[in-house]
Design a protein around this ligand. Structure first.
Ligand code: PAF
Length: 281
């Protein structure tokens, strides 16, 4: 498997491949890979001649320095997992200084309001950081197709908007949420859960499924009250927010309108670990 640290080296490797007509699939990650990431990579391998996976814990998207410091870094294991999937995968794992040309900061973006909802309110600057790193990665890799998980559904919508705004000719393929057997959405952060919080965390998906069922017969207001009440009553979980939003604009929704799609979005702290999940309603 080839591992590139400098963006110039990766670009030099990719250029002749593109010129000979090979299609490039791209999976951006922050490492600490799990089966959810591997599902994205498997899709990329299936659809494309060449698959590039980036592993880069992007400092500019962390609003909380403690979260950045504690983010799991498991490069050796990540490389072994990818190599097992296919030794043909190209891995890009830059250091921050080379990647950001010495200036580690994000640029401001206008994502037509998507950036102000939910995560945008709770993690100021987060989507500028995500926009900055993904735009740079797209410019370096210039893939035909890029793969993003629906667990970070708001991020997925932001990336689609980035592609539209900057006229990237990149197809964005959303991949459904990958879950543990007990329903917990796979996340690199799950590695940081204590034993008791790991046991408690599947409750989040159980509540989302109940919310999904309830939304067929009850108002969104009632669904929100239900979720708030049951999570607040849980001794080990702390609700940051539960929001119901229209699935394309991500604007909060009070009522269902025929023809629109809606999702329920939740963020819960299990101990110190911030867990995010969502479900179609
Ligand atoms: O979803 C992630 O892991 C990150 O936000 C991404 C898209 C790799 C950008 O750093």
């Amino acid at each position: 498997m080839k591992v590139f640290h400098a963006k110039e080296a990766l670009q030099n490797h990719l250029q002749p491949l593109k010129q000979s007509g090979k299609t490039i699939g791209f999976v951006p990650t922050m490492g600490a890979l799990h089966d959810g990431h591997l599902a994205l990579v498997k899709n990329a391998l299936k659809d494309n001649d060449v698959t590039v996976v980036s592993i880069f814990v992007n400092p500019t998207q962390f609003d909380n320095p403690d979260d950045l410091n504690k983010y799991p870094r498991t490069l050796e294991t990540d490389l072994a997992m990818l190599d097992k999937l296919s030794p043909e995968i190209l891995v890009f794992t830059p250091d921050a200084i080379n990647f950001y040309d010495g200036q580690i900061k994000s640029q401001p973006f206008n994502f037509d309001g998507l950036e102000y909802e939910m995560e945008g309110k709770h993690r100021p600057g987060h989507f500028d950081g995500v926009g900055t790193v993904v735009k740079k990665l797209f410019e370096i890799v210039q893939p035909h197709t890029a793969y993003f998980g629906e667990k970070d559904f708001q991020q997925l919508k932001i990336i689609e908007k980035l592609v539209e705004k900057f006229n990237f000719s990149i197809l964005i393929k959303p991949i459904p949420i990958y879950r543990e057997a007990d329903g917990l959405a796979m996340s690199s952060r799950n590695k940081r859960l204590s034993f008791i919080h790991r046991k408690a965390a599947p409750f989040i998906y159980q509540v989302l499924k109940q919310a999904q069922l309830l939304s067929q017969t009850n108002t969104f207001k009632e669904v929100k009250t239900f979720v708030n009440d049951v999570i607040q009553a849980h001794p080990l979980l702390k609700l940051e927010y539960f929001e119901i939003a229209e699935a394309n604009t991500l604007r909060p929704a009070d009522k269902k309108k025929v023809g629109n799609k809606y999702r329920g979005f939740i963020v819960v702290y299990a101990g110190e670990v911030r867990l995010i999940d969502n479900i179609e309603l």
